[in-house]
Design a protein around this ligand. Structure first.
Ligand SMILES: [Zn+2]
Length: 242
């Protein structure tokens, strides 16, 4: 049974990056955590783009108008794909991206601007004590995609896109995107507790295996299995040294 969206760790460091991570890419059958409008609603609360109260309002609006619910999901998926293309171009660009990547990103920016323009057109100005803000709550059926469009706008215009990283797949990472907010910009893994430690443990096993004397491959030759399995303490000590 595929994992539920509520089990999806939020590692992006920004709702817009967490949105991109709701679709697994590559492989023969990529899993979409935003599988239906119900999953989208739960994820929106999880990531904080709407509140519990707003989720109830959206749920009512979507029940009254199922077509609007599906339009909302399609809009969010559209924004997700556009964001992915833009962020991918930003990541690739550091290593010299191709012209096709930049053309795709440019087209995605046009589509993202249209989504954001639609959201702003539905928004209203609200006087909030010391300042005026945009409130995207005039059309409950469109609240979810409008808040996502706002998040996309926010990350593209305020984040340092050279700090967008991809958890390195070729080194055993998961491929999720995240915003590196570390002081020196050297973060490599989406979450050290997950991918980083898994990869380090795997490397440790590989190094131990490579360090074994020749002829010790077969357990039947009298070499205890435990001899090639580091103790928990040794594993931790080694991991710290990496
Ligand atoms: Zn990862």
């Amino acid at each position: 049974m595929p994992p539920d969206v509520s089990q999806l760790p939020l590692v992006g460091g920004h709702p817009a990056l967490d949105l991109v991570n709701t679709l697994e890419r590559g492989g023969t059958s990529p899993h979409d955590f935003l599988s239906d409008t119900s999953a989208l609603l739960r994820w929106s609360v999880l990531v904080g783009t709407i509140s519990d109260v707003e989720a109830e309002q959206v749920d009512r609006a979507w029940r009254d108008e199922p077509a609007a619910a599906h339009a909302g999901l399609a809009a969010v998926r559209d924004i997700r794909e556009g964001l992915y293309l833009v962020l991918r171009a930003a990541i690739i660009d550091a290593d010299g991206g191709t012209a096709d990547d930049l053309v795709a990103a440019g087209a995605a920016l046009v589509a993202l601007h249209q989504r954001w323009s639609g959201a702003v057109a539905r928004a209203r100005f609200v006087l909030d004590s010391s300042r005026v803000r945009l409130a995207y709550d005039t059309v409950p059926a469109m609240l979810v995609p409008d808040r996502i469009a706002e998040a996309a706008y926010d990350v593209m215009l305020t984040a340092d896109l050279t700090r967008v990283r991809r958890c390195p797949v070729l080194e055993g990472g998961c491929g999720w995107l995240f915003l590196d907010r570390s002081r020196n910009g050297s973060r490599r893994w989406c979450r050290m507790a997950d991918c980083g430690n898994v990869v380090k443990a795997r490397r440790l096993t590989e190094r131990r295996r490579a360090a074994r004397p020749s002829g010790s491959e077969a357990v039947g030759e009298g070499v205890p299995v435990r001899a090639v399995m580091p103790s928990r303490d040794a594993q931790q000590t080694f991991a710290k040294a990496l």
